[in-house]
Design a protein around this ligand. Structure first.
Ligand code: UN1
Length: 492
């Protein structure tokens, strides 16, 4: 099967371009082929989106929301099918795939509700017989660039607020995971979304992504991916005066204090470090542990890691699936070598799995380093794989300092039973998301998602905050005095 672009309400062959194979990371099998489109296809999609947007913006928001209710319903009806496709193309275990699809369904219903809110402000005017208010206005055509690790949820965080607010979009999914986008295109079509509101162009970042950013009619770029690519998106977007929303890397930590419930901490660490094989932006990759509980935590983690069955995510008993591809395997393995060279002590894992039945897949052993120095490379750089580094500290202040020492600022967590420590931590941890007595993953869709420092550029996905990315504030003054009233002048 060959996946083609979805433009102006139909699947269309691209103007040219090669196809790339989409591989199942669990076994190396080719699932389908995807078109690598070019600038001409982006132009075509933008033209359709621009035309559609004029009408779409005039559809009352509660009516736009009705399409989202229908999209949510179709996703729910198809949840199992979508989850299976997701596991096949991305590799995450089926339970997590179901969770990700659920995240998309939740986002559909949540943003549909926004169709009846989209709150602005009404404020008193400083002048008599004058009315003042602000409304959220759509921006126009928006460009969405999404990653392979959450092929559907992240796309819903961006596309659903975009359309409920009256924009139309061009979506470039990651070339590793185009099948979810294809499934979503079918859902958009069945939901009766007017042609041109949702457009999908498959292809590489350097071709399709660049063409989207450079296109004068694409007013917003919402990007999730690596910090390296995000920097490039921001630079190029800046040159073209685009509004650019970036969601990038993380180097998230769980802090375990000496009064923590250690069983709970172990569960939280395992779930957030090895779930999705460590390939979440929110994944825990550092454990900052108080010295008094370090030996016990190490022992408990080692014991619990024995239960992490590795394999094809379609097998319900498997806990850790493959990583996305061979290149990712090599990158992870490279970091494990760096860790060893830096003098960290390897307690578990540390190898690519090449046992007979797993050899064709991309599997890395869940890996645990201890005695890691806070400023070493494995404690500072994003690995994006199932590797955790234990760093010892002597106090809460030191733990917070170590947490904040990285260039990223997405998610952090603290395990403690002391309410004073909880409130100090939630104030002083410099990440966009903070968890107390839970791991670093599992953000819910109705709060803002994003991070500080090298993780983002001040915008947020999901929550009401996402509407800030996809709307422009318009302030409106209605003077019904019948005379010219001058603000700031006629004040008496
Ligand atoms: C991501 O890894 O980019 O909070 C998204 C979580 C998920 C989303 C992660 N709800 O872990």
């Amino acid at each position: 099967m060959k996946l083609e672009n979805y433009i102006n309400g139909s699947f269309q062959e691209a103007a040219g371009g090669e196809y790339a194979a989409v591989l199942n990371p669990a076994n190396g099998e080719t699932l389908c082929e995807v078109r690598l489109s070019g600038r001409e296809d982006v132009d075509r999609a933008v033209e359709a989106a621009k035309k559609a947007q004029k009408q779409w913006a005039l559809v009352p928001a509660p009516k736009r929301a009705d399409y989202l209710y229908e999209i949510g319903r179709l996703m729910k009806e198809r949840k199992e099918h979508l989850s299976q496709v997701l596991t096949k193309e991305m590799g995450k275990v089926i339970e997590e795939a179901r969770g990700e699809v659920q995240e998309g369904i939740d986002m559909a219903y949540y943003m549909a509700g926004e169709g009846r809110r989209l709150f602005g402000e009404t404020v008193p005017s400083e002048l008599q017989d004058k009315f003042a208010m602000s409304v959220r206005a759509p921006i126009g055509v928006v460009g969405l660039i999404t990653p392979w690790n959450f092929p559907v949820a992240i796309a819903t965080w961006k596309s659903f607020p975009a359309i409920v607010a009256g924009n139309t979009f061009i979506w470039k999914p990651a070339t590793e995971t185009p099948m979810m986008a294809y499934e979503m295109a079918k859902i958009f079509e069945e939901a009766g979304l007017p042609a041109g509101v949702a457009n999908i162009v498959f292809g590489s970042g350097s071709d399709v992504g660049t063409a989207m950013i450079e296109h004068p009619d694409v007013r917003v770029i919402s990007f999730t991916g690596s910090t390296e690519t995000g920097r490039h998106v921001a630079e190029l977007g800046g040159r073209h005066l685009k509004k650019v929303s970036l969601e990038m890397g993380g180097k998230n930590a769980v802090i375990v204090m000496d009064d923590a419930d250690l069983s709970l901490a172990v569960e939280g660490i395992l779930w957030s470090a090895f779930g999705t094989a460590g390939q979440r932006c929110t994944a825990c990759s550092r454990v900052i542990v108080h010295k008094d509980v370090k030996p016990e935590l190490e022992q408990r983690l080692l014991e619990a890691m024995k239960d992490l069955t590795i394999g094809d995510g379609l097998d319900e008993s498997v806990k850790v699936g493959p990583v996305i591809n061979k290149k990712a395997l090599e990158k992870i393995d490279g970091y494990v070598k760096i860790g060893r060279e830096e003098g960290a002590r390897l307690l578990a894992g540390g190898n690519i799995l090449d046992g007979a039945e797993l050899a064709d897949g991309c599997y890395y052993q869940p890996t645990l380093f201890t005695d890691v120095k806070w400023d070493s490379r494995i404690a500072q750089e994003e690995i994006f794989g199932p590797v955790i580094s234990l760093i010892e500290v002597g106090s809460l202040d030191e733990a917070i300092e170590v947490n904040n020492s990285v260039t990223y600022g997405l998610s952090s967590s603290i395990f403690t039973q002391d309410v004073n420590r909880v409130f100090r931590a939630q104030r002083d941890l410099d990440t966009g998301i903070v968890y107390v007595n839970a791991g670093t993953t599992g953000a819910e869709i109705h709060l803002p998602f994003g991070g500080t420092k090298g993780t983002g550029n001040g915008h947020r996905d999901s929550g009401v905050a996402a509407l800030d990315v996809f709307t422009e504030w318009k302030s409106i003054y209605v003077d019904y005095s019948g005379k010219l009233q001058r603000a700031q002048i006629d004040t008496d």
